[in-house]
Design a protein around this ligand. Structure first.
Ligand SMILES: NC(=O)c1ccc[n+]([C@@H]2O[C@H](COP(=O)([O-])OP(=O)(O)OC[C@H]3O[C@@H](n4cnc5c(N)ncnc54)[C@H](O)[C@@H]3O)[C@@H](O)[C@H]2O)c1
Length: 391
């Protein structure tokens, strides 16, 4: 392959237009094609960038104009478009979530596996841009480095995903079972769910409480609390909402050797002088306490981060074979967690992981079939995507 990758973007809405904005100046990339079912959008971006306009992803793949594609369409279409790309031998960078439910996610992974039998250098990546955030990378380094010893608890409160009714009304697909397949867990929190499993792995048991349209006129969840139990005894709390302002984004990770707290752009590490578990077991002091020190961990947050870093790495992976920020098949984990929380909530029970993927798919399809929800007039709003993140 030459030192240039011909990239196409499918879906030119909020995030697709952001991908266009940096891709036209990205080294080793030729923005060869832009595609949207809204012909005026495709034509506009084609005129601005010199890329070829398409109104149908399949036609774009058939034309042979692109070697790689960024899939930035509403959730359900991630699956058929990614599968079709693999059938054409085209590398895929898929927006989150990989799919709405595990069965669909597995069908993309299977299509990739099959395509690689003929084309072993085919690349499949997920757009998990939050993995590039310097604070998140530092948290990963500390947790993976074992400094906290045996982990006992992770609590993530992220209620900085505030969304207004105007946001939900801005697209006919948004916040519907048929169009979006879910609410906060499917749209905003794939990032947090991916981060959670990236840091701690998947839990063994999941208990979810999801409130449907509690603060917005929507038919999907906008406030969720989940409780996770891991095989090693660690517990997790995952508390998220699109209806809190001011919101909180606080992650606490507790281990026998200390505690890591991330909030408001500050990372604090408490270090125990001895293991709290060992101390608790062995001390003869009834009111004994474990001595600890506390330090603020310096993190340079000014470096490159975000979507363009994931895309540059995707291109480097195609050209040079370097590792991706997030492999495509890793996308199934956040889908599995989201599905488990919702299924647990629908049934009012705790679920063992891995859960039966057919059970969630069937619950979802029931909701699509029995939906009586009618979208009020859809009003398109376009605003700076930067305001949509919860960092
Ligand atoms: N990684 C991130 O930070 C981030 C941020 C926002 C959105 N997203 C994800 O990106 C995807 C799109 O979200 P959005 O907010 O840009 O949505 P959007 O509604 O603003 O844009 C979607 C665009 O896709 C087009 N489209 C729909 N179906 C299509 C098809 N089959 N072929 C071609 N074009 C099609 C629509 O006409 C629309 O222009 C979602 O999966 C969302 O979760 C990711």
């Amino acid at each position: 392959m030459s030192g240039l990758v011909k990239v196409g973007i499918v879906g030119l809405g909020n995030i697709g237009s952001h991908h266009v904005s940096y891709l036209k100046d990205t080294e080793r990339v030729e923005l060869a094609a832009v595609c949207d079912i809204k012909t005026d959008l495709a034509d506009k971006f084609a005129a601005e960038t010199g890329a070829k306009a398409y109104y149908d992803a399949h036609e774009m793949f058939e034309a042979g104009d692109v070697e790689a594609v960024i899939v930035a369409v509403p959730h359900y279409d991630h699956v058929p478009i990614s599968v079709d790309a693999f059938l054409h031998g085209i590398h895929v960078l898929c927006e989150k979530p990989l799919a709405v439910h595990v069965n669909d996610a597995m069908s993309v992974i299977e299509a990739y596996r099959k395509a690689r039998e003929h084309n072993p250098s085919l690349v499949f990546a997920m757009m998990f841009n939050e993995r590039t955030f310097p604070f998140h990378k530092k948290i990963k380094e500390i947790v993976a480095g074992g400094e906290l010893g045996q982990l006992t608890r992770a609590t993530w409160i992220n209620t900085k995903w505030f969304r207004t009714q105007a946001y939900y009304d801005s697209g006919s697909w948004r916040a519907t079972w048929a169009g979006e397949g879910g609410g906060i867990l499917t749209n905003q929190c794939p990032h947090n769910l991916d981060m959670y499993q990236w840091l701690f792995g998947l839990p063994k048991r999941v208990t979810g409480h999801a409130h449907i349209g509690k603060y917005h006129d929507i038919e999907v969840e906008d406030e969720v609390t989940a409780y996770f139990e891991h095989a090693n005894g660690m517990i997790g709390h995952f508390i998220v909402s699109t209806a809190e302002s001011p919101g909180t984004n606080r992650l606490e990770v507790v281990g026998e050797k200390g505690k890591l707290v991330y909030e408001d752009g500050q990372l604090t590490l408490h270090r125990n002088e001895v293991s709290m578990l060992e101390y608790s077991r062995t001390t003869d002091k009834a009111w004994g306490k474990v001595n600890s020190t506390v330090e603020t961990i310096a993190v340079d947050d000014t470096g490159p981060k975000g979507h363009h870093v994931v895309t540059e790495q995707f291109v480097a992976s195609i050209l040079d074979g370097v590792p991706l920020i997030a492999e495509g098949d890793e996308g199934v984990h956040s889908v599995a967690l989201a599905n488990a929380i919702m299924l647990s909530s629908f049934r009012g029970t705790t679920l063992e992981m891995p859960h039966d993927p057919d059970a969630f798919e069937s619950e979802l399809k029931d909701r699509v079939r029995t939906s009586r929800f009618e979208k009020p007039g859809v009003r398109s709003v376009r605003s700076d995507i930067a305001g949509s993140f919860s960092e």
